[in-house]
Design a protein around this ligand. Structure first.
Ligand SMILES: [Zn+2]
Length: 439
């Protein structure tokens, strides 16, 4: 069917009308952010400009024609993401043509960005992998416990906020939120994967940006039982400090439910695998609300447990779970929480956020909160749910030792250590231990 050699994606000049003045725009820099499913190119421009973009085949390439534009910096050499090579040429004396030789057939999307705190005017070119769009992300993780018990692990999707062109909040020492939250996310994944019956999936695992809806989609494809978005707060008053945990506010939730309803193609897997296609609008709404109410409740429970556990290792900004209309929390079918780990704008907390020891401590606390949550809300068919029936949990408080706890439950220190995979007798306040029931 695709016999045409040239596919005109955009036939009209896009961007801002140049008007009569012939002042030219400069390209002062180019950045590239390769993600697994797309490559983003960002052209730093001195002012908004007019441009035209089209795709050519055999070999695959993208052509961008920019009116009244000069290249002030040489284009990056070498390949990045889906782009094999960037080339440029002057056209009609004052115009510029940029050609992107691509590795494969990609679907381009472009838009102009206005200046923000970090960057000036930009032209963004996103190249989406056509083969990959809509396909599932590959899960490289073996399912740990399936052989042992026939029961599945609970899956936690960890979403490091921001990324790529979006640095998030900035610390006074130049720490970028997108970097520290990725470190914390990776640390958290390590700790979760070390737990029996738990497995984590990183939504973002590199320096690139993912749209909010795509973040939720990745979690859904991984069949996540819980979605955790990791962030760091900032405030103009550098004294503001402490961690907070958020869930979606009711208002945000209800309007989003309506949006989901409008998207026919997304509905099939929304309500526990029940297809909504053949349901009338009212039934759809009721089903979706039911699913969303359950999800909201689970979001609250998990947020409260994580907040409590974090309170043992770090100062809290707010002692209660907070609510806000964060877009990334708007999954109607997966309980979702957002953790503001600390204030990056507070010098002491900025230092903490960069510290490996602090990241480690924080990740351990979050895992403790998660264990408590999955104990309170057992997920059917999971190893954790079956363990919860035969075991109970003990949270370590000040002054307790492993032998004291062993005595209390009439169990040997040795089996207590074995059950909890403890390498030594070292325990910490807030740590959650598994104890066999009936002891
Ligand atoms: Zn953030």
């Amino acid at each position: 069917m695709m016999t045409r050699k040239l596919i005109l994606i955009v036939g009209l000049w896009l961007g801002v009308s140049g008007g009569v003045h012939a002042a030219s725009t400069d390209i002062t820099g180019v950045r590239a952010w390769p993600a697994p499913d797309h490559t983003r190119l960002v052209f730093e421009i001195s002012a908004p400009l007019e441009y035209k973009l089209f795709t050519l085949k055999n070999p695959e390439r993208i052509v961008i024609d920019l009116k009244q534009t000069r290249l002030r910096k040489s284009l990056p050499t070498g390949s990045v993401g889906f782009v094999k090579r960037l080339r440029s040429a002057t056209r009609n004396k004052n115009d510029l043509r940029i050609v992107l030789d691509t590795r494969k057939l990609v679907k381009p999307k472009t838009f102009l960005l206005t200046p923000n705190k970090t960057y000036g005017h930009r032209l963004v070119v996103d190249l989406y992998d056509q083969a990959k769009s809509g396909t599932k992300i590959k899960s490289s993780q073996p399912v740990k416990q399936l052989i042992e018990s026939g029961l599945r692990d609970v899956v936690i999707a960890i979403d490091a906020g921001h990324g790529g062109e979006d640095p998030g909040a900035l610390g006074r020492k130049g720490t970028r939120e997108k970097d520290v939250v990725l470190s914390i996310a990776r640390e958290l994944k390590k700790k979760i994967d070390a737990q029996r019956g738990m497995r984590a999936v990183l939504v973002r695992n590199g320096d690139y940006y993912i749209k909010h809806r795509r973040r939720m989609q990745i979690a859904r494809q991984a069949k996540a039982d819980l979605f955790i978005s990791i962030h760091a707060d900032a405030f103009k008053d550098h004294r503001a400090k402490g961690a907070s945990v958020y869930v979606l506010s009711e208002r945000g939730a209800s309007s989003e439910a309506a949006k989901w309803l409008a998207q026919q193609e997304n509905q099939a897997d929304l309500v526990g695998g029940v297809s909504l296609d053949d349901k009338d609008p009212l039934t759809k709404k009721v089903l979706l609300d039911l699913s969303q109410n359950a999800t909201q409740e689970d979001s609250h429970t998990s947020a409260a447990e994580v907040l409590r556990a974090m309170g043992r290792v770090t100062r809290l900004h707010k002692k209660q779970v907070q609510q806000a209309g964060f877009l990334v929390l708007k999954s109607p079918d997966i309980p979702s929480i957002l953790i503001e780990t600390a204030y990056i704008s507070n010098p002491a907390e900025e230092k903490n956020l960069r510290s490996k020891a602090y990241q480690h401590k924080l990740a351990l606390a979050i895992v403790d909160g998660l264990k408590r949550y999955f104990e309170r809300s057992p997920q059917p068919g999971t190893l954790l749910a079956s363990l919860a029936q035969s075991t109970q949990h003990h949270t370590i408080s000040r002054g307790e030792t492993l032998s004291l706890i062993a005595d209390r439950y009439r169990i040997s220190v040795r089996s207590l250590r074995a059950m909890n995979k403890l390498a030594s007798d070292k325990i910490r306040i807030g740590q959650v231990l598994v104890i066999p029931r009936g002891t």
